[in-house]
Design a protein around this ligand. Structure first.
Ligand SMILES: [Zn+2]
Length: 267
């Protein structure tokens, strides 16, 4: 069991290393599938031995071997988080993935793993560069629609639920567009609105409400903390994508319980 989990963690590290390439190249308009990795500073090709996930970063002390420039902390963190995501997905999956009917027995875990990886990419592109790449939002939205259509066709999901998830997405989009109009785009951007629409499709009703509520609460909390320790000045904005991603992750796992406790509080 330990060997199996260790292998899954290592696989996650390798995939995380690829996600780093996706994050960097998507934002620099390059294909993630072309050419070898290069140092962002000296542009020299990174040798295979210096490109081992996590380990190379530690051994090189977080610097490029050639030009000694510091390598972003985000590289090992993305790798580590992807490794943890893989192990969590494998261990907690048996409790979450309950569809036993072919092909959903394979499709359900695969779908959620892909969604998890794409959301990890969005978290870091927005945190590091303030950008939510359209291409990632398109893939997220297309996968969610396709998955829901397949579930409905397979008789696992009621057609009404399919329409609920679509309406949830449109409702959230309208909410964000309203916010952008009121704040004149100083807080949220169109990237946030498009991502929120797609998250509505992924989460459906009522989880999307939990996710949005959590994102705003976390965003406000972190903004206050940063103001308090003097890291940010009043009026400076934070990227909102990372909060949407964290809110979504919490809503996916505990959304049902959180929603029923809200209702208990209200009535
Ligand atoms: Zn270098």
């Amino acid at each position: 069991m330990i060997i199996l989990l260790a292998s899954i963690f290592l696989l996650g590290l390798v995939v995380g290393s690829f996600l780093n390439v996706v994050i960097y190249r998507t934002l620099h308009g390059e294909s993630p599938f072309e050419g070898r990795s290069r140092c962002p500073h000296c542009h020299r090709t990174i040798r295979a031995v210096d490109n081992i996930p996590l380990l190379s970063y530690i051994l090189l002390g977080g610097r490029c071997r050639r030009c000694r420039a510091y390598i972003s902390w985000s590289y090992p963190v993305v790798e580590l988080l992807t490794g943890v995501l893989f192990v969590w997905w494998f261990v907690a999956g048996s409790a979450i993935f309950r569809l036993t009917q072919y092909p959903f027995v394979h499709l359900q875990p695969l779908f959620w793993l892909v969604i998890g990886l794409l959301l990890l990419v969005v978290f870091f592109t927005d945190l590091l560069y303030g950008v939510i790449p359209d291409v990632i939002v398109w893939i997220l939205g297309f996968s969610a629609l396709l998955y829901r259509v397949l579930l409905t066709m397979g008789g696992i999901m009621q057609p009404a639920d399919f329409w609920y998830s679509l309406v949830s997405g449109v409702g959230v989009l309208a909410f964000f567009l309203g916010l952008i109009a009121i704040t004149r785009g100083r807080g949220m951007g169109m990237g946030d609105a498009k991502l929120a629409f797609v998250l509505g499709l992924i989460l459906g009703w009522p989880r999307i409400v939990v996710a949005i509520f959590l994102s705003f609460s976390l965003g406000a909390l972190v903004a206050l903390l940063l103001l308090a320790i003097g890291k940010k000045r009043f009026g400076q904005t934070l990227p909102f994508g990372p909060f949407l991603v964290v809110g979504t992750a919490i809503a996916l796992v505990w959304g049902g319980q959180l929603w029923s406790s809200y209702l208990t509080l209200l009535f």
